[in-house]
Design a protein around this ligand. Structure first.
Ligand code: HEM
Length: 117
């Protein structure tokens, strides 16, 4: 597959991941299981974001610079979000703020012409 195909998989995966996260945050809570459909979207989207991101970095010859590792860290936290909220380790409001902050930082790292690190 070409780097551009991986990039498309990355961006489409983001749409699905954040739709899933929205649904998970709206339905999960302590003692309250998140909606299964949104959990599935979250998982599928997260997988596509990872495959697309790593695939693009590899196929475009970018390798794994520090900013890609930072995005990987953000991806891990987004992946753990349903568990963190479902077990009551993070309140919904805090989770919402973290999802937005991580999403914004990762998007900025993706589009910044000059990467900060
Ligand atoms: C945490 C959620 C993430 C968000 C919100 C996000 C967002 C974005 C956005 C908006 C772009 C620009 C796409 C474009 O120019 O068409 C991008 C590019 C990219 N992302 Fe992500 N991303 C995330 C996670 C990841 C992960 C986990 C990886 C890899 C481990 C990754 C690797 C990349 C790479 C390599 C690019 C291409 C940058 C370039 O064109 O120079 N991203 N990302």
């Amino acid at each position: 597959m070409t780097p551009e195909t991986y990039r498309l998989i990355h961006v489409l995966g983001l749409v699905v991941l954040f739709l899933g996260l929205g649904g998970v945050l709206a339905t999960a809570g302590p003692g309250q299981k998140p909606n299964r459909m949104f959990l599935m979207l979250h998982g599928l989207g997260a997988l596509a974001v990872l495959v697309g991101g790593i695939g693009f970095a590899h196929k475009s010859g970018l390798g794994m610079p520090a900013w890609v590792w930072a995005k990987l860290g953000g991806w891990l936290v987004l992946g753990a979000m349903p568990t963190l909220v479902g077990r009551g380790l993070l309140p919904r409001g805090g989770a919402l703020f973290m999802v937005l902050a991580i999403g914004a930082a990762a998007a900025w790292l993706g589009v910044a012409a000059t990467k900060p690190f």
